[in-house]
Design a protein around this ligand. Sequence first.
Ligand code: SIN
Ligand code: CO
Length: 370
Amino acid sequence: MKLPHLGGLTAKQFFRDYWQKKPLLIRQAFPHFSGLLTPDELAGLACEEDAQSRLVIFKQGKWQLESGPFDETRFAKLPKKDWTLLVQEVNHFLPEAAALLQQFNFVPTARLDDLMVSFAPDGGGVGPHFDSYDVFLLQGMGKRLWRISDQQQQQLVEGAPLRILQHFESQQEWLLEAGDMLYLPPRYAHWGIAVGDCMTYSIGFRAPSVQELATQFLMHLQDTVALDGFYTDPDLLAQTHPAEISEQMVSKIDDVLKNVVWNKRDVSHFLGIYLTEPKAHVIFTPPRKISLEKFVARLQKEPIKLALQSLMLFEGDQVYINGLALQPKTDALIDLQKLADTRVLHPMERYTEHLAELLYDWYQAGFLQF
Ligand code: SIN
Ligand code: CO
């Protein structure tokens, strides 16, 4: 199927020719897109306790970085030019932003991260840099000049509070207008400069480092591994140095540790939990209490959706939501997979007791909302 947001490419063609390989400019990927929120609304979000925001200011040849939440008086004191405000995870706050992310569901949800929105007056930007993840840079209000380079030189300015490339040689540049979109693979150098007031929507994809994956997996194993018995040494040998850890002991422990094994099911279980684990600052707001009966009556009339902060994935017969794993009964599986895929479950006439109770528990926890 040809995807209009990819300029008529199919997902298959995009993955084959561009994904993690080379940039793609799509003029009018989102025709008439002028944005989802105003600069003032973005500034309002940057003042929220649970939003992650940054201000980047370029002043007298130096980069400055301030982290939110900000006091609203901060914005009145900013210079006329050369700064930018960035807010992460806007999809946690705005249903329209979550809906925009859904337009990118030709990429697996397990890879999708968040929608970041930036505002900059003329000249503003975060400087020449590269990111370690894939990103679609969708232009909202105004214009931004994007300069990009596949340069191998990736040394960063030392001592700068953000990652700025020491040398940047632009090889291609485009002026993006509202609705235009630029895809960049990881580690591709880029520099976006606002031309007049401008807002950019960055659809970013998760790319945990291999080190992070390994560390997190080992932590997961720690909770799941179950080995019986104690260290034994009926064959203990007399040793000259009592303080020496003997070769015999090292070999025995080496054999014991070789029993720590895992299979693909352990890996998928780990991934489901790890990828849906809410970040530390994410808070779920439980709704006002209602009875199970009233909840089911509402379910039969209204669609139920994943809360904006909720993350849900599945693998085989396992379902993962916000860091919890469960194996639902077979008759509930298809509906739960539908909920994970589309973030919504449309009303049905009948709900099995099992499905109704599951949804009720998640609703009570603030994971779902009507
Ligand atoms: C921005 O929106 O200014 C930053 C996007 C980026 O370069 O990654
Ligand atoms: Co970037």
